[in-house]
Ligand binder design. Structure first.
Ligand code: HEC
Length: 307
């Protein structure tokens, strides 16, 4: 049996360079030139077809892309944009007020419960009062009847319409989408919603918009079924902030960002902790790994044929 001897040179690669030239390991020849002609032709054909196909697909994709026909929202300097910036919670609180007094007439937020507001924008006592303002159908009771009771912390936000059909019927056939995750569900997130809310205008000359639709350059297709929902002084803020149109839009967008991503602040805080921890641990682990493996990595396995 052939003897396979493992020669271990501990230390760095430099040691290897100094060892005798007699240890020679042949390499398999895997280059393209060494392939038989048939395989060369087959491989070249596959290569050309793949590249051509990818190019064609890209060209087709570019030619039907309609994004040039839409106005893209600018990116606004949101106070929560920074890598370590939290959401503006006073703004979330005002945004909830905007949602409750304006948007909730048409839009549901069915994934949000009153308890979600506790510790975010309101105190527990405040949220309890808010919840008690609504009537919830509950039951059945002992006699099998449904009954209504005041809302509790665990109740979800009330819906403006019983079902999508009723919502369409009340809005000229357009369905007001649920706003719980709207910021994540639209390209551009809060930039888009802010632009949408603040950019209603007259259609340019030559463009006519069907009755019951409104011109908005940021909405895909430019004709939206939502009447301009906000304007200056559309409501009066409890905290006295002047309710200009842009302020209202900014606050409701911050609220909607929080609704779509309630873990936002937690995520950034965890991120910072992990970065600090990793900046210590990763170099340490890398050093240890190099240290442990130095023997294994710098050995050389050679085959010495039997004499
Ligand atoms: C009078 C009812 C009404 C009110 C009030 C209202 N909306 Fe709408 N909203 C609609 C309707 C209807 C649509 C669907 C429009 C369409 O599909 O053409 C819509 C669509 C939207 C969309 C989705 C646009 C898209 O890209 O699909 C957003 C975001 C939105 N509304 C936000 C708001 C916000 C924020 C408020 C409160 C400030 C609000 N809406 C108030 C009726 C309303």
């Amino acid at each position: 049996m052939a003897a396979l001897r493992v020669v271990v040179f501990s230390g760095t690669g430099r040691t290897l360079l100094n060892t005798s030239k007699s240890i020679h390991t042949p390499r398999a020849n895997m280059s393209f030139a060494s392939l038989p002609k048939r395989k060369k032709i087959a491989l070249t054909t596959i290569g050309v077809l793949t590249t051509g196909g990818a190019g064609l697909a890209l060209m087709l994709q570019q030619s039907v892309k309609a994004s040039d026909l839409e106005l893209h929202p600018p990116s606004y300097p949101w106070s929560h944009n920074g890598l370590l910036s939290s959401l503006d919670h006073a703004s979330i609180r005002r945004g909830y007020q905007v949602y409750k007094q304006v948007c909730s007439a048409c839009h549901s937020m069915e994934y949000l419960a009153f308890r979600n507001l506790v510790g975010v924008s309101h105190t527990e006592a405040e949220v309890k009062t808010l919840a008690e303002e609504i009537e919830v159908v509950d039951g059945p009771d002992d006699s099998g009847e449904m009954f209504t009771r005041p809302g509790k912390l665990s109740d979800y936000f009330p819906k403006p319409y019983a079902n999508p059909e009723a919502a369409r019927a009340a809005n000229n056939g357009a369905l007001p989408p649920d706003l719980s995750y709207i910021i994540s569900a639209r390209h551009g997130g809060e930039d888009y919603v802010f632009s949408l809310l603040t950019s209603y205008c007259d259609p340019p000359a030559g463009v006519s918009v069907r009755e019951d639709l409104y011109y908005n350059p940021y909405f895909p297709g430019q004709a939206i079924g939502m009447a301009p929902p906000i304007y200056n002084e559309v409501l009066e803020y409890d905290d006295g902030t002047p309710a200009t149109m842009s302020q209202v839009a900014k606050d409701v967008c911050t609220f909607l960002r929080w609704a779509a991503e309630p873990e936002h602040d937690q995520r950034k805080r965890m991120g910072l902790k992990i970065l600090i921890g990793a900046s210590i641990l990763v170099p340490l682990v890398y050093y240890l790994k190099r240290h442990r493996w130095s023997v294994m990595k710098s050995r050389k396995i050679a085959y010495r044929p039997p004499k």
